[in-house]
Design a protein around this ligand. Structure first.
Ligand code: 26V
Length: 892
């Protein structure tokens, strides 16, 4: 039997081929003839691996021959989750593998759980990259992902003694059937060293070695590639040093290389500015650019044509050192002059912004950049000088006229202040004159008034003289500069990576309509003035394969039956055909039955991992996402505490009117994020108290599911009836779980933020529970803050209860409570107190509607029917047409 023989029906049946192949794999590769579930999983996985390699080779061969333009998605994160189920279904092999597994007494669903998640990402940004790969392959778009093969992914979260603890995620423990090592694809990447004129002599070098992860499209032969780089030392062991007894030194190179691809950095303010992170970023960007240029040069000789064959999409600021590295490769390695290199670079690069949080917009100290990448720092200075020179001579003397405007504005400001002061003085003088009773006193008052007038005139004159010295043009140019002074640490210069990306890219996009507006008005307004055409919106999307078809096969079957076709899996606009079914009572019943089955599965899972027993009757109310103050899990927690307190105060009669809920949370707090860790602890503490309170019973249960990740999401999302997306307006760039929940028929309670707004437009706002202030009100509200006691009294009541120790650890929660309830200790930056009243009102509306299950179900169907727009196939189609200019290249 040939193990690599493609599954075929040539002679004999395919199912026998696959089962035989698995037997061989069990016997020889896994050396485990008596297979347990885990070994069976591995044997299926290695068998699927073979099918993937077949599809991969054919696709890549086809693309090589046709030579279409490619897009390269540069991303520090790819949050892939599990692969088996996705790959088998995307390739349409579920029937064959089910048959094969049957011979071992197993099912695909049975082995599914044995796979470890590939968690090479923090959250939304990394998962978006993974959804994009699925859509690119499905749309037959020539495109590869490029990233880092971290040996440790996102940390595992456990709860110990009520607090989060982080454990390493050593995901490669049992080998990885989903990758192909490419020892023949290696590039050198240098660091540190000196500049000899323009020539860079690095004094540390490592080897980047490729691993290819095949990405099968759905319903197509196309199998694309995610190329991840591992770092190797040039010399494994320095024998001279070893022989001289210097054992540390002998393995020093190896240790340094190992560090680079060791671990994914968590989203964590304290981790920014760390040299190793810049090293990681440069490492994967350099290897990826060298690799694409090498492939380009296999077929072409003139690098001027590179932009016709390659587009690099930079996923956030993490890969934006690409601007300088592409310049270096073109100039230093391929001998192009600066201007030609710049023309190629700015036609090849595009940048996506994923956040407006200032602490997440990367800025590297010039000193760090200079030390690690001296040549790049030099190039960035040249790029910046040329850029500022061009800003200066923009059409119609841009900088000069803007400078003149700024100067005039300052002058007007000064003169208005002087006029106001003059009026004050005149009033004071008149009053003094009036009060003076003797002629002497009158004369003194007049003299004083005159003196004040003269002094004011002198001050104004001095200000004017100062102003005359200001170079307004250079003040204006500072706002365009890629290199800026650190406003918190005067004297330190920083490279603003987002600005570098904007200057070096031909397209810049945000990830939801509101976010793309905010980056234009608040983050890059000066750049928008010069090149408005660069700025675009590409509203995020999610793959309907993983996030509906495979995680919710029951609902998918119902949808397919109703629509009479499963074509919606590839053409999400067809979901709109479900709308009329919302009016069909029999269909609604079946819709509810599916939701109930998914709730039962989640309840079982909750029991297994937390020990808590929850009924499947109450509303399942879910908030799962990274823990962050701006996402306001704390506000949700306080509303639950209030609900709990009221239930306890109720009479048995009143309790009968309560709409029961199971409130489910999940999410990781970055390891050094002080407040986020306290929020996790509070959620765990609320669960412990409420769930053990016999007075409350099934009226309220609270669950914190540890280690929220892609696979957890696949169990949680289909079971949700209500999901919470309650960030302070203007802070959540898009959100993508909101789309997954909506597509699975879950209601949304949320703010006018990120993609919630577009979900509202697609679902009908009357079907969402929207509350809270709007983004444009935020600045004003932050300024004119009320005292906390003047906000909703329910807010203070619940917080006081926490403070009094109702959930234990009063000291530990003290800073958290103070941050939103004590003017002297926190300023409630994210406006929880402010939005609480309207949030509670919205929650009342939720309870009211839930009591009418027919109407609730009707609208739940409208969520699925209305939100096909949020398929990442649509997003990727827009990127391909409006940014990348990449066309499908499909095998016959
Ligand atoms: C945020 C923060 C917050 C402060 C601490 C340091 C830090 C570091 C990173 C980040 C997030 C960076 C970018 C990101 O993950 N953005 C997410 O991208 C998703 C996909 O576009 C989008 O749906 C989310 O709204 C957005 O937060």
């Amino acid at each position: 039997l040939e193990i690599n023989k493609p599954a075929s029906t040539a002679n004999g049946s395919r199912k026998l081929d696959l089962a035989d192949e698995m037997t061989q794999l069990l016997k020889y590769r896994l050396a485990a003839p008596n297979a347990d579930t885990d070994k069976l999983y591995q044997s299926v996985a290695w068998s699927v691996h073979n099918r993937l390699v077949d599809a991969f080779d054919k696709t890549q061969e086809h693309w090589k021959k046709e030579d279409p333009k490619h897009v390269y998605y540069l991303s520090a994160e790819f949050l892939m989750g599990r692969t088996l189920t996705n790959a088998v279904h995307n390739m349409g092999l579920q029937g064959e593998y089910a048959q094969a597994l049957k011979q071992f007494g197993e099912t695909l669903e049975g082995v599914h759980g044995a796979e470890t998640d590939a968690a090479l990402g923090n959250g939304g940004l990394g998962r978006l990259a993974a959804c994009f790969l699925d859509s690119m392959a499905t749309l037959d778009l020539p495109g590869w992902g490029y990233g880092i093969r971290y040996r440790y992914g996102m940390f595992k979260q456990a709860i110990k003694d009520g607090l989060q603890v982080e454990l390493p995620d050593y995901w490669l423990d049992n080998g990885n059937p989903w990758e192909i090592r490419r020892p023949e694809t290696r590039f050198k990447v240098g660091f540190y060293g000196k500049l000899d004129g323009d020539k860079w002599v690095p004094d540390e070098e490592v080897i980047a070695e490729a691993y290819d992860v095949p990405i099968p499209g759905y319903g197509t032969k196309t199998c694309s590639n995610l190329r991840l780089w591992d770092a190797l030392p040039l010399v494994e062991l320095d024998l001279d040093a070893f022989n001289a007894g210097q054992y540390e030194k002998a393995v020093e190179q190896k240790r340094k290389a190992d560090d680079i691809a060791a671990v994914l950095y968590p989203n964590d303010a304290t981790e920014y500015g760390k040299e190793l992170r810049l090293k990681q970023q440069f490492f994967f960007v350099s290897a990826s650019l060298q690799d694409t240029i090498a492939r380009y040069l296999e077929k072409h000789s003139d690098l001027a044509g590179l932009p016709d064959k390659a587009c690099f999409q930079m996923n956030d600021t993490h890969p934006t050192i690409a601007v300088a590295e592409l310049m270096r490769l073109l100039i230093d390695v391929h001998g192009l002059p600066f201007d030609k290199a710049w023309a190629i670079t700015t036609k090849s690069l595009a940048y996506t912004n994923h956040t407006v949080m200032p602490e997440a917009l990367e800025k590297w100290p010039v000193a760090v950049m200079q030390k690690l990448l001296p040549r790049h720092m030099q190039l960035i200075e040249q790029i910046n000088d040329a850029w500022l020179a061009s800003v200066k001579v923009q059409p119609r003397d841009h900088a000069a006229s803007k400078g003149a405007k700024l100067q005039a504005a300052k002058k007007a400001e000064r003169e208005a202040a002087a006029a106001a002061a003059k009026e004050e003085r005149a009033k004071a003088a008149a009053a003094a004159l009036e009060a003076a009773t003797t002629p002497e006193a009158k004369a003194a008052a007049e003299a004083a008034a005159k003196q004040a007038e003269e002094e004011a005139a002198a001050v104004l004159k001095a200000l004017e003289e100062e102003d005359a010295k200001v170079d307004y043009v250079s003040e204006v140019l500072k706002s365009y500069s890629v290199i800026q002074e650190n406003q918190w640490n005067k004297g330190e210069m920083l490279v603003n990576m987002a600005y570098l990306a904007v200057v070096g890219s031909f397209a810049v996009n945000g990830v939801a309509a509101i976010h793309s507006e905010i980056i234009k008005t608040d983050i890059f307004p000066q750049f928008v003035e010069l090149t408005p055409e660069k700025f675009q919106n590409k509203t995020n999307g999610v793959t309907l394969r993983r996030w509906l078809a495979y995680c919710n096969p029951e609902l998918s079957a119902l949808i397919t039956e109703a629509l009479g076709t499963d074509a919606w899996v590839k053409d999400a606009t067809l979901l709109a055909g479900l709308k009329p079914f919302a009016e069909d009572a029999a269909f609604r019943k079946r819709w509810r039955d599916v939701k109930f089955a998914k709730k039962a599965a989640l309840a079982k899972h909750i029991k297994e991992v937390t020990g808590y027993e929850v009924s499947t009757q109450p509303m399942f109310d879910v908030q799962v996402k990274r823990i962050h103050e701006y996402k306001r899990q704390f506000m949700n927690a306080i509303s639950i505490i209030y609900r709990y307190k009221k239930i306890k105060e109720m009479s048995p009669e009143e309790r009968k009117k309560v709409v029961p809920r199971v409130c489910i949370f999940g999410g990781k707090a970055a390891s050094a994020y002080y407040m986020a860790k306290k929020i996790v602890a509070l959620l765990v503490a609320i669960a412990a108290k409420v769930n053990n309170d016999p007075e409350v019973g099934d009226l309220l249960k609270v669950v914190f599911l540890p280690n929220y990740n892609v696979s957890e999401a696949e169990v949680i999302i289909p079971a949700a009836e209500l999901s919470q997306h309650i960030s302070t307006a203007g802070t959540e760039a898009s959100g993508t779980s909101n789309m997954k929940f909506a597509l699975n028929g879950s209601f949304i309670i949320g703010t006018m933020d990120g993609a919630n707004i577009e979900i509202g437009e697609n679902t009908g706002f009357e079907n969402l529970f929207i509350f809270g202030v709007k983004a444009e009100e935020i600045n004003r509200l932050r300024e004119e803050r009320k005292d906390f006691k003047d906000y909703d009294p329910r807010w203070t009541e619940a917080l006081e209860w926490v403070k009094a120790g109702a959930f234990g650890r009063a000291d530990y929660f003290d800073d958290l409570v103070a941050s939103v309830n004590d003017m002297t200790r926190g300023n409630d930056w994210f406006l929880l107190a402010n939005d609480f009243a309207s949030y509670m009102d919205a929650q009342d509306e939720v309870d009211k509607l839930y009591q009418d299950q027919e109407e609730w179900t009707r609208r739940s169907i409208l969520y699925t029917a209305g939100n096909g727009f949020f398929s990442s196939d649509r997003t990727i189609d827009q990127y391909a047409k409006e940014i990348w200019n990449v066309q499908a290249c499909r095998q016959a």
